[in-house]
Design a protein around this ligand. Structure first.
Ligand code: M6P
Ligand code: ZN
Length: 188
């Protein structure tokens, strides 16, 4: 025994391999109240996959001082004129930050502070995004292929989905003349 170990988990650049990898799939039917256009949402196929998340969770959820690592694959698509996107969340321990980085395809990181000020950053292969604590975050696929991005966050951060599922972000990302634009969300 020479104390040189072989890792049991791998990162191929796009996928995670090995032990302790958690996989989650989010379909249209899992995303009620996320999209703004309710009629378009009701007409969308409920079983269509919107995104998949692979996560390496080496410690128990809630552990102070640990880290989690995830890759999210957002499929291309729209609900009405809104791009396929993640649910989006604040952290339960609200001051916890997170890194996101673009791996493949084109997307947008949509951010909102506690005062509901919303802005967005373009994501593309090689883009790196530091998300400060107290900032809600979600991503959207603005391209025609799969949009994959990485994430690394503290293992005690947790996910708080309540504010977003009840009130959304104050702005939504829609396609206008083939271009993504961030506009005020007006609920009809
Ligand atoms: C990233 C990380 C995860 C998150 C996932 C999907 O991989 O931020 O913590 O779960 O994106 O986002 P959401 O949980 O908002 O659906
Ligand atoms: Zn997060």
């Amino acid at each position: 025994m020479n104390n040189i170990l072989v890792p049991q988990t791998g990162f191929t650049g796009k996928h995670l391999t090995g032990e302790k990898i958690d996989k989650a799939v989010r379909k249209i039917s899992d995303l009620s109240s996320i999209f703004n256009d309710e009629a378009a949402f009701a007409a969308a196929p409920p079983d269509k996959i919107v995104y998949e998340v692979e996560s390496y969770l080496p410690v128990k959820d809630g552990t102070t001082g640990g880290l989690f690592f995830g890759i999210t694959h957002l499929h291309p698509g729209m609900v009405g004129n809104e791009y396929f996107m993640t649910k989006g969340h604040f952290h339960k321990l609200a001051d916890r930050g997170e890194f996101y980085w673009g791996i493949e395809g084109e997307g947008m990181l949509i951010l909102m502070d506690k005062n509901r000020k919303t802005w967005a950053e373009k994501m593309y292969p090689g883009s790196l995004h530091y998300i400060d604590g107290y900032i809600a975050h979600r991503t959207a696929n603005t391209g025609s292929g799969i949009f994959s991005f990485g994430a690394c966050w503290p293992s005690d951060a947790g996910h708080d989905y309540d504010i977003i599922s009840q009130h959304g972000f104050s702005k939504i990302l829609v396609e206008e003349n083939g271009t993504p634009v961030l506009i005020d969300r007006v609920k009809d």
